[in-house]
Design a protein around this ligand. Structure first.
Ligand code: PLP
Length: 405
């Protein structure tokens, strides 16, 4: 086989479909985010698609904690958690996370992806005869964890309680069950009916596993997520989150009972056999969580900017998915046009919004996923909206009937 030819032809096929991924090479400017230099593009840009939802990646308290820990302990953890890599900063962070979610304990992983992969993989493979009931739109990391477990898996229609109940009812009552789902779904920005899912879990004797990656830091009086906002944290078996999105650093975790955390700690290969996060990362994440537990300013200002961008899009009739979250998916519905708009926004307007194409979203639903944050200014919003306005006309894309014109 000519391996290089094979790689090239597979990549050519991606390009022909408009699904080849170009990465913008960014240098974010501390203190000036969402501004950044795009090194393989037009120079100075404004980022409109970051998951650093609240700008915590540049928050003085977070940076100060990281500097302090770096100077106190050095660069890396120096080992896996099992062999010399459990530092004081890791343990403090886990206590902070357990408290955030009102759980007995928490367990830290190198990323949210790894936490889902390792925790779901371990629970579903180690609990005898466990069946996983997985929402059809769950994130790739959950899907991979479930697949890796080789446990029986049942997909239920996205956010569909009737379908979930039918699947639960079809199983023997005594068979162990795990319902895996998310709170805020990141591509449509819709929110799952957590209470009703917990009710079904109780009725059919199932455990619940909730991915709150796009909600932690952002919702609830202390940033504990949608489950905190709705007073449901104690009803969930496992809450999973990331330190890389609203908390602005990197890492992932689960929060659950002491026994469950100890079980995953003891059996999960993806927890045991990898070097622990640097202590400075743990200290920065802990500072971020601590700050967002007692500050609503960032959340309120984010929500205000989200509402403002939505209202401006509505006034122009630009189609976006209505949802109850902070995510604004502006629908293009064509991979080539989506990539074209993104390219022109970057090159001519200095606005960076990565196009979201298949397989991240279904074909025909290609979109620009906009994430307004507290660090976007009124002027940033003006420039975004007028650039989109002119591009919509240029690409002859449909507008919604309520267009102001
Ligand atoms: C991003 C994401 C993850 C993975 O989190 P990372 O910390 O980025 O690895 C898990 N679940 C969902 C729903 C995500 O969007």
């Amino acid at each position: 086989m000519n391996y290089q030819d094979f790689f090239r032809s597979e990549l050519d096929a991606l390009r022909a479909d408009g699904n080849y991924r170009d990465f913008a090479e960014l240098e974010r400017h501390r203190g000036a985010f969402p501004s950044a230099t795009c090194h393989n593009g037009p120079g100075e840009v404004t980022i409109w698609c970051s998951n650093d939802y609240l700008g915590m990646g540049q928050h003085p308290k977070v940076l100060e904690a990281m500097h302090e820990a770096l100077d106190r302990t050095g660069a890396g953890a120096g080992g896996t958690r099992n062999i010399s890599g459990t530092t004081h900063d890791h343990v403090l962070l886990e206590a902070e996370l357990a408290d955030l979610h009102g759980k007995e304990d928490a367990l830290l992983f190198t990323s949210g992806y790894v936490s889902n992969w390792a925790a779901l993989g371990t629970l579903a493979s180690r609990i005898p005869n466990c069946v996983v009931l997985s929402d059809a739109l769950n994130h790739a990391s959950m899907i991979e964890g479930i697949r890796h477990s080789r446990a029986q898996k049942m997909l239920w229609k996205h956010n569909d309680l009737e379908d979930l109940e039918a699947k639960l009812a079809s199983l023997p009552l005594e068979q162990p069950k795990l319902i895996a789902f998310e709170s805020v779904y990141s591509m449509d920005g819709d929110i799952s009916p957590i209470k009703e899912i917990c009710d079904l879990a109780d009725k059919y004797g199932a455990m619940t596993y909730l991915d709150e990656v796009h909600a932690v830091g952002l919702y609830g009086p202390r940033g504990g997520g949608i489950a905190e906002r709705e007073g449901l944290m104690d009803r969930l078996t496992v809450i999973e989150g990331t330190l890389g999105k609203a908390f602005g650093v990197v890492g992932g975790y689960i929060a659950a009972s002491a026994e469950l955390c100890d079980f995953v700690r003891s059996f999960a290969s993806g927890f045991i056999f990898t070097t622990a996060l640097p202590p400075a990362v743990a200290a920065g994440a802990a500072a971020s969580i601590r700050h967002l537990k007692q500050s609503n300013v960032e959340r309120e200002s984010q929500q205000a900017n989200v509402a403002e961008v939505r209202a401006r899009l509505d006034a122009m009739g630009l189609p976006h998915i209505e949802n109850p979250s902070h995510i604004i998916p502006v629908m293009v519905g064509d991979p080539m046009k989506c990539k074209f708009i993104s390219d022109v926004l970057l090159k001519e307007h200095g606005i960076y919004i990565q196009p979201i194409n298949y397989p991240t979203v279904p074909k025909g639903t290609e979109r620009l996923r906009i994430t307004p944050s507290p660090v976007h200014s009124a002027e940033d919003i003006d420039r975004l909206v007028s650039a989109l306005e002119s591009l919509w006309t240029q690409c002859e894309l449909a507008r919604m009937p309520m267009a102001a014109q």
